[in-house]
Design a protein around this ligand. Sequence first.
Ligand SMILES: C[S@@+](CC[C@H](N)C(=O)[O-])C[C@H]1O[C@@H](n2cnc3c(N)ncnc32)[C@H](O)[C@@H]1O
Ligand code: SF4
Length: 345
Amino acid sequence: MTFKSLEMRKLGPGNLRAIEIGVTSRCNFRCSYCGAYDLLERKILSVEDVARVIDSLPDLERVKLSGGEVLLEFDICVGIIEYCTAHGISTQINSNGTLLNDEKFNRLEAAGLDVLHFSLNHTDAARHAEFYKVTEKMFPKIVYAVERAVASPTIDAVVETILFNETEKTMADVHRFAADLGVAKHEIQMEIPSLHQGYENTLDHDRICDSIVELVQARRPETTMFFSCLSAYFRPGSAHWARLQPLFQDPGVIYASCIEGKAQLHLHSNGDVMICELGNPDVIGNVFDTDMLAIYENSPRLQAFVRSKHEDQTFSCFRHFDFPGQTEAQKKTGLTALPMPSVRK
Ligand SMILES: C[S@@+](CC[C@H](N)C(=O)[O-])C[C@H]1O[C@@H](n2cnc3c(N)ncnc32)[C@H](O)[C@@H]1O
Ligand code: SF4
C-alpha cells in the first residue's frame, strides 16, 4: 500500500480499514497549533493492547502511529510495526523528526515500517527555533532525519506542511526545500483550528486559495503534492472550490479525500476511540470496555456523523455545514463549523 492510497480510493462507510493510534500523547514540543487530543494524558498503549485491537479488525489494511510524539515510546512503536508487518498490515509513523538516529532508523527498517511522515513548516533553524520556542539544534536533527528517510531503501519519506498564517507566504519555499532534500511526497494539511487554540490564526478563503495556487505552480515535477482536509474549508459549488478544482487535473496534485469515521478511526493512548482526532475528537467508546469493531459498527454517534457528513463529492468533514452559534472570529474567516466537543476531564 502506498501513502494515501486509502484516501485516493475515496472509501465510504462500511469497513474499518485504517486506524490512527496515539500510542502516547506526550510530546517534546508544544506547537501552538497542535490539535492532538489531550496532550496531558499520561497513559500509554502497550504492544499487547494494540495487537488485541488489530486482531479484532478483519478489514484492517493500515496502522498509523501518531501522538503526541510517538517516538518517545520507541520500543512500543517497533513492537507494533513488527506485529503489523507479520500480519500484512501497512504502517506509518508521524513524527516531528527530532528523536531519530541511525540506530533507530535501522530498527524501524528491520521492523518493516512503510512510511515515515515528518512535520516541516520552516526552511531555516533560526525561524524554526523562534516559532516553536526550541533551540536551533532541533532543526538540523529534523533535516537529518528527513535525509536519512529519503535514503532508506524500504521506508517512504513524506513531509507535511500545514497551510496557516505562519506558512501562507512560504509554502513554495518549504516545498522546494523538501524537494532539495530528495522528498518526493509533500502533504499539504489544511489547518484545523484546534481545541486549544480557537480560530484566531485561521486564514480566510481568498488567502488560502492564493497560497495553494502559488504553491502548485512551484511544484517540482519529481514530486507529488497531497492536499488534506481541503473540504473542511471549501463548499462544493463555491467560487473558491471552482478555482481550485482544475489544479487536481494534474496527476502530481492529489486531492486526498477524508476517510475519518468512514474507513478510519483514531485510538487514543487511554483507549478512547474518536471519529477524527483533529476535526471531530468526539469519543465514541473505549477499547478497554468495548471491542473496537463493535464501536465502529454500533456507535449511534458515529452513524449520525457518517449520515450527516459523508458526501460523495468531497468526503467532507463538518466545516461546511452552517452553524448557528458562530463566534466573531469564525464569521471573519468564513468558517462554518460545528462546536467542538470538549476534551474529557
Ligand atoms: C499531532 S501531530 C503528531 C505527530 C508528530 N508529533 C508531528 O508533529 O508530526 C500529527 C500531525 O498533525 C498535524 N497537526 C497538528 N495540529 C494541527 C492542526 N491544528 N491542524 C492541522 N494539522 C495539525 C501536525 O502537523 C502533524 O503533521
Ligand atoms: S504537532 Fe506534533 S510535535 Fe507539535 S505539539 Fe503536537 S504532537 Fe507535539
